[in-house]
Write a protein that binds this ligand. Sequence first.
Ligand SMILES: NC(=O)c1ccc[n+]([C@@H]2O[C@H](COP(=O)([O-])OP(=O)(O)OC[C@H]3O[C@@H](n4cnc5c(N)ncnc54)[C@H](OP(=O)(O)O)[C@@H]3O)[C@@H](O)[C@H]2O)c1
Length: 256
Amino acid sequence: MDLGLDGKRFVVGGASKGLGRAVAEGLVAEGARVLLVARDSDTLANVADGMRGKATTLAVDVADEDAAARIAAAVDADLGGLDGVLINAGGPPGGQILDLSDEQWLAAYQLLVGGPIRILRALVPKIAGDGAIVFITSTSVRQPIENLDTSNVLRPGVAAMAKCLARELGPRIRVNSVAPGRFDTDRIKTLDAARAEARGISVDQQRGEAARAIPLGRYGEPAELARLATFLLSPAASYVSGVSVQVDGAMVTAIP
Ligand SMILES: NC(=O)c1ccc[n+]([C@@H]2O[C@H](COP(=O)([O-])OP(=O)(O)OC[C@H]3O[C@@H](n4cnc5c(N)ncnc54)[C@H](OP(=O)(O)O)[C@@H]3O)[C@@H](O)[C@H]2O)c1
């Protein structure tokens, strides 16, 4: 199947590592050009080096107030227009509702809700033709994750935002979200280490138990999520909008 991505231009958030990097690689493999966004410029430069001139980079914290204007300026300078956006960055802090401070709640809001709204406000007008937006969310949109209440509270709101935007930005721009279960990335390594420490068990034991609880029996590889996100960002998904798709090896037990 031809995804129709040749020559298309995308902003990819959280693109220096993990899921965002895998989506950027998927887009570039299909002929797209990408603006890679994350905070650390050296890691970004290393990723861009492997992309045969198809990638430029911008080091910015997407939760910052000025991030949207800086990304918009880089789109003008590097891409000269836009066909889609992957809204993605790092995960919010762990903890339980009443233990998290106001500062932690506000930081989680800026990362997951405020920053993305500001970025899309600046970038949507740059999508002149048909376009696509994909949010990376979490299975917390369907089922709470233990001790990750910033995600449990705010991510369902992000899924709702994607749904509203699908209605508000149609018919030209499609908006979908992808909800990862457990993927082998730095983020999950950090969470597994914290869970292992809290339970007084080894990281291997923690990871083994978590993997066995997934019906497909293992953590996902970032490329397994990226194939879906790349498709959703592509013209080949021309009648798919307003959906949230889990990629979780059947980990979520809620019906449907
Ligand atoms: N991996 C999973 O299984 C899983 C499961 C559920 C949900 N998720 C969610 O999926 C998203 C991506 O996860 P991941 O596993 O790919 O994480 P990761 O491997 O830690 O990568 C995160 C990426 O985002 C960048 N980033 C982090 N904070 C940023 C900020 N404030 N501004 C700009 N860039 C930022 C990081 O680079 P810098 O540090 O240089 O900025 C990096 O490129 C996260 O929101 C995570 O919560 C992941």
